[in-house]
Design a protein around this ligand. Structure first.
Ligand code: DX5
Ligand code: ZN
Length: 224
């Protein structure tokens, strides 16, 4: 299982996003960010406001790193496909924000992106097991969405393990991503629970050398 590290630019300097992308590129012999995680918040689904489509387009034009857009917004059925059309590699929206997540997932694939379904810490996985075939990514939030720098909620990990079992028994091609409080101390537990894709904001961008922080996370995640 190939592990992906996805630095979240939520913890970067919003006036210097192109530099933030550049800062997590690898160097010969050291792989950098696999995805660049972009948190879109609308001040309604979550009590915070970040950036939207025009900024995502500018980031896309400034880097080759595949964009992993995490939409914490209302009405994803209306807005999510526009991020796919803008060239995002993966577009994840919240299950809690729509009545028909499977339809939104299919629309995202039709629009040319990978489709991701996100679950808040308190949202059970069980009601969504049947629609995972319409998705390429399951994002299990390990903090309440809205802000960087919060403490990792280890009690969410059984949901990751349940999803991993489903991937194996159902032969699903699905990345299991964790987001929130991921750092060198917590990433290994998430990997052991069955996650293969790790979002990290403050652990990467509050570090003196963001590329080295990505490499350190990859090492710490490796299942021994
Ligand atoms: C929070 C965001 C996260 C955030 C994670 O709602 O979805 O992607 O950037 O930040 P850290 O890694 O600092 O918890
Ligand atoms: Zn996120």
């Amino acid at each position: 299982m190939e592990l992906f590290v996805a630095p979240s630019i939520l913890s970067a300097d919003f006036a210097r996003l192109a530099e933030a992308a550049q800062a997590v590129k690898g160097s010969p012999g050291t792989p950098g960010a696999d995805w660049l995680h972009v948190d879109v918040m609308d001040y309604h689904f979550v009590p915070n406001l970040t950036l939207g489509l025009p900024v995502v387009k500018s980031i896309k034009a400034s880097t080759d790193i595949p964009l992993d857009c995490h939409l914490m917004i209302e009405d994803p059925g209306r807005w999510a496909p526009t991020y796919a059309e803008a060239g995002a590699h993966n577009v994840t929206f919240h299950a809690e924000a729509t009545d028909d997540p499977a339809a939104v997932g299919r629309d995202l694939r039709k629009a040319g992106a990978k489709a991701g379904l996100a679950l808040k810490p308190g949202t059970p996985l069980e009601p969504y097991l049947e629609i995972l075939r319409d998705f390429d990514t399951l994002l299990v939030m390990t903090v309440e969405p809205g802000f960087g720098g919060q403490e990792f909620l280890a009690e969410v990990l059984p949901k990751v393990t349940e999803a991993r079992k489903r991937v194996e028994t159902g032969h699903l091609d699905l990345r299991i991503e964790v987001d929130g409080g991921i750092n060198a101390d917590t990433i290994h537990a998430a990997a052991e629970a069955g996650a293969d894709t790790f979002v990290a904001g403050s652990a990467v961008y509050n570090a003196a050398d963001p590329a080295a922080a990505v490499a350190a996370l990859r090492t710490a995640a490796a299942i021994r």
